[in-house]
Ligand binder design. Sequence first.
Ligand SMILES: CC(C)(COP(=O)(O)OP(=O)(O)OC[C@H]1O[C@@H](n2cnc3c(N)ncnc32)[C@H](O)[C@@H]1OP(=O)(O)O)[C@@H](O)C(=O)NCCC(=O)NCCS
Length: 343
Amino acid sequence: MTQLFSFGLGVGTHNQKQEWLEVFYPAPVLNPSAELAAVAAKAAGYSEGNQAIALNAAQVSQLAADLASVDAEQAAIAKSFADSKQPLVATFLADDSAPNTTPEAYLKLHLLSHRLVKPHGVVLDGMFGVLPNVAWTNQGAIDLAELSERQLQARLSGELLDVDCVDKFPKMTNYVVPGGVRIAHTARVRLGAYIGEGTTIMHEGFVNFNAGTEGPGMIEGRISAGVVVGKGSDLGGGCSTMGTLSGGGNIVISVGEGCLLGANAGIGIPLGDRCTVEAGLYITAGTKVSVLADNGDVVEVVNARDLAGKSDLLFRRHSQTGAVQCRTNKSAIELNEELHKHN
Ligand SMILES: CC(C)(COP(=O)(O)OP(=O)(O)OC[C@H]1O[C@@H](n2cnc3c(N)ncnc32)[C@H](O)[C@@H]1OP(=O)(O)O)[C@@H](O)C(=O)NCCC(=O)NCCS
């Protein structure tokens, strides 16, 4: 057997048509050892390509037995699966091509949130097409076509079916809580987010899939799909990083290390290291920016995209003229130690 890209044993939810709604992988594996791949392949009946193989009870006990001498963690998972009545799956990814099934897409989202790959580190093309839109409830994932019946059933047994959200992505923390993070409002971080150690996400913070933080950092603003925030950066309350999924350029936005996006600020260009954007200032790629010398004279006027990725810049909107200005950032921020030392 050739080297696999990824492998995961998962337990998930089917709708009444036996289609996958979601899959939970307790310990997804990136680049599994040849031995683990071979043993799992034999027990599950896998031969080649990217496949999600539904497991029956016999395959699960075979896996538990055969994996015991190869991989204690995976063996323990297989053993714990033995008594479950839930749909079980072994997902094998021979390569990192675009996901074709719901279990494949979920495995890739898990790789990101388990910090096994960085944002942009896996191919997610076409993922929206294989992720069903689901009602996420206190009774788990429910197919929207079956929701009203389940709501009625719950009411008739004197219960309330609580629908937290209706979305293609569940919240990350119901699948994994990576070490060393604080997340004040868990619904605001989607599965597929990469949250680096030492990151604090306050209530206004939001992190989309295939996006995240290197950590440590303080996130009180929105990290859109594809955006990565470097070490020691602070996203102030309600600030915005422009996404690339809709209606805009295709520049991938990023924030370097030691940056501060002020409250209600926004960026449509990538920032280098130690940059500050004044509270309330939204810089888009085409914003005309007056570049100031240390004595305050205007040196040149450029489009903000020309300053993309450059370090040690401070952007502000002059409060009297309204001109957007950029000068050397002399006071790069230091994260509040008090806030971070208890992560
Ligand atoms: C842009 C920012 C970093 C500037 O702060 P700073 O470097 O400490 O600058 P200061 O406020 O000390 O001002 C220095 C000088 O620049 C001037 N200045 C500052 N901002 C200005 C503006 N927008 N227009 C004109 N002049 C301005 C000040 O008046 C002062 O002038 P002076 O020397 O003549 O008195 C700050 O205003 C800011 O927006 N911080 C973001 C904080 C934030 O939102 N944190 C997240 C919380 S959730």
